[in-house]
Structures are given as C-alpha cells and as structure tokens.
Design a protein around this ligand. Structure first.
Ligand code: KG4
Ligand code: ZN
Length: 337
C-alpha cells in the first residue's frame, strides 16, 4: 500500500510517498529555516506564506517518483502546529482527495514523529510494548505504546520543550537559529579539544531526581542567562557544551528510569532534538541489551512527510475530506480528530 504524506505544521513543507509504512519511495522537504534565521525565530505569518510557495513544488517533486494512480491514500498532519501553516497542508490534501478520489488519513504530528523509527529499517520492526521519547521544538513527551492505537502519556515538560531550551539558550549565546544544531556544533568542538575526562556540571539538571517522568527546562535558560550576563571565563563553546550536557543528561536519565519501571521491549527516540549527536551517543551507551533502541536516521529526525505517511499506514482511519480540519492544539494522545 502506497501512501502520499503531506506535512506543513511549522516551517518545513514536505511531501513523501511511503510503501507499507516502511519503504520510502520519495521524500521532499522545503524549509524556510534560512528566512527565520534572519529574524532569530519563526514569525508564523511568514512561515505560512512560505508554505503556500513551497507546497506545489514539493508535491511535484515527490510525484515524479510515483504516479497518482499508484497512490492508495493521502495522509496529512492536522496538528499540533501553527494554524496558518497547518491550513496549507490540510486544504491541499482535501483538494487532492476530491480530485483524485482518494481517502484522507489525518495524522497527529507528534505521533507521526515516532514512526520515523519504522522508515528504511535496517533491523526488525519495533516490538510492543515500546517507550517513546518525543523531543521537538514545541513538545517533550514520554509515552508508553502497547500497540499502534494504545498510547499512554507518562510524563512531559511542565514549561519549555527540550528543543525550545536549545533555541532560547543559543539565542542568549548569540548563536544562530535553530539553536539545537548551533549549540551542538559549538559543543562538539569543545568536547573534542577538552578530551575524555571532561566534567560538565556547570548548569542544574532540573527534576532529574524526582519521582515523576516530567521535565522542566525554563530554569536552565535563566541559569544560562545569569552566567552569560555577568563576567565569566568560559568560552561560548564551553557554555554550549554545558547547556547541551544538562539537557541531554536529564532526557537520558529520566527516560532510562521509565525503561526500568515499564520494562518495554523497544525504546523509540523521536523529534528534531534526536538529531543531537551527544543525545544519540548517551542513549547508545545507556540502553542495555534487554531493550532494542531505535534512533531515526538524521534526515528523518526533523520535520518531514515520510513519517506522516508511515504513521498513516498503521492508523488507517480515513475520513471524508468534508470533515477534515486543522487542530493546532492536539496533544500526543489525541486520536479523535
Ligand atoms: O521536530 P522538529 O523538527 O520540529 C518540531 O516539530 O518542532 O524539531 C525542531 C527542534 C528545534 O528546537 C531544533 O533546535 C531542534 O529540534 N534540533 C536540535 C538539533 N537539530 C534540531 N536540537 C539539538 N541538537 C540538534 N542537532
Ligand atoms: Zn516536528
């Protein structure tokens, strides 16, 4: 079964065709990132305008690899995300559904991220029960998946998301948007030059030892601000490494505590922050042999439409195009659109 996925929830415009939820036949992503780098963050109206410009070229590129007749369904992100951006993908999907007479499968963007772990797999498909850590620009959630349709939320951030913590502290350091890749680049240099026995303990690890699976990252931003705005001897690279270490340490420690409690068969990482090399390395070190660790390929960590099409294969609940609308406020356990 071939599904055409469409994703337009934020500043990426993407289309993809995926076969049977795993094999990527085509995937195209246009990003308005460079534009937002100029303003140091996303201006929603500008992101929406860019979505309109990019949606048809991205679809055309994708459909070069697979003709319309061979597509069985259209999957589209309905939320969460920026309303102006989401509308572009949803209205496009409705139009194509009407024109081509294909069913539409609405997809929750956060659930979609998890399915990046099913794409172009080099090993067996993830087994349930699975624990998933979803870390993106706007969300940080830990969920237990007993099956594709049985997802239980066990914890999440009480304030800023992990990606947001990277983005905001990068801004304080004068690094470019998006902050995650910028901090990661600077930190890598520092770690390389400082060698193996590196102690990185400058910043707090909020909520690391409490008995919930919740997170809090806004205090880190304040702690970083206090250091940056007073005379200090640390270089930008050192501060970037310290910030990254604090975020990574909390994410890994709490996720591994959840692994201990729920004893899942698979651990699935998802969302843009999982492109972080330090985070990937730490999870690889921590995950023992009793659990199968899945980390998406770099190109599937940040927003794309391949995971939307994959998610749709495992959540085949088509709805009539007339009933489809955006839902910017969805949470990770919302399936009723
Ligand atoms: O999932 P995503 O592409 O978009 C949302 O759904 O939000 O995630 C974007 C977030 C941004 O906050 C960005 O700074 C972060 O992912 N990110 C990273 C890295 N690459 C992207 N964070 C840390 N290290 C990275 N290498
Ligand atoms: Zn995302």
């Amino acid at each position: 079964m071939k599904i055409l996925g469409i994703e337009s929830s934020c500043d990426e415009t993407a289309a993809a065709v995926v076969e049977d939820g795993t094999k990527v036949i085509a995937s195209a992503v246009a990003s308005s990132l460079e534009l937002h780098a100029k303003t140091g963050g996303i201006i929603p109206e500008e992101a929406a305008r860019q979505q309109i410009k990019s949606i048809l070229p991205v679809l055309e590129e994708t459909l070069e690899a697979c003709t319309i007749e061979n597509i069985d369904a259209i999957a589209v992100t309905v939320g969460p995300g920026l309303i102006g951006s989401l509308v572009v993908g949803v209205e496009t999907a409705k139009t194509l559904s009407l024109l081509w007479n294909k069913p539409i499968i609405p997809i929750n963007h956060l659930v979609g991220h998890i399915y990046a772990n099913w794409l172009d797999l080099q090993k067996e498909i993830p087994m349930f029960p699975a624990l998933a850590l979803v870390v993106s620009g706007g969300h940080t959630d830990l969920v237990v998946m007993n099956s594709h349709s049985d997802i239980t939320w066990i914890g999440g951030t009480r304030d800023d998301a992990a990606g947001e913590a990277f983005d905001k502290t990068a801004r304080l350091l004068g690094l470019s948007y998006p902050g995650g890749p910028s901090i990661s680049r600077e930190a890598e240099e520092y770690i390389k030059s400082a060698g193996e026995n590196l102690e990185m303990k400058l910043f707090p690890r909020p909520m690391i030892n409490d008995n919930t699976f919740d997170f809090s990252f806004s205090g880190l931003k304040t702690a970083a601000q206090n250091v940056i705005q007073t005379p200090h001897e640390q270089s930008i690279q050192c501060l970037a490494a310290e910030i990254q270490e604090s975020i990574v340490d909390v994410l890994v420690t709490k996720t591994m505590k959840a692994v201990e409690k729920y004893k899942p068969k698979s651990l699935l990482l998802a969302g843009g922050v999982t492109a972080n090399k330090r985070l990937r390395e730490k999870f690889q070190q921590e995950a023992g042999k009793d659990i199968s660790l899945y980390i998406p390929e770099f190109k599937y960590c940040t927003d794309n439409a391949a995971y939307i099409a994959a998610a749709a294969y495992f959540h085949q609940t088509p709805i009539a195009w007339q009933n489809l609308s955006t839902n910017p406020e969805l949470t990770i356990t919302d399936f009723q659109f």
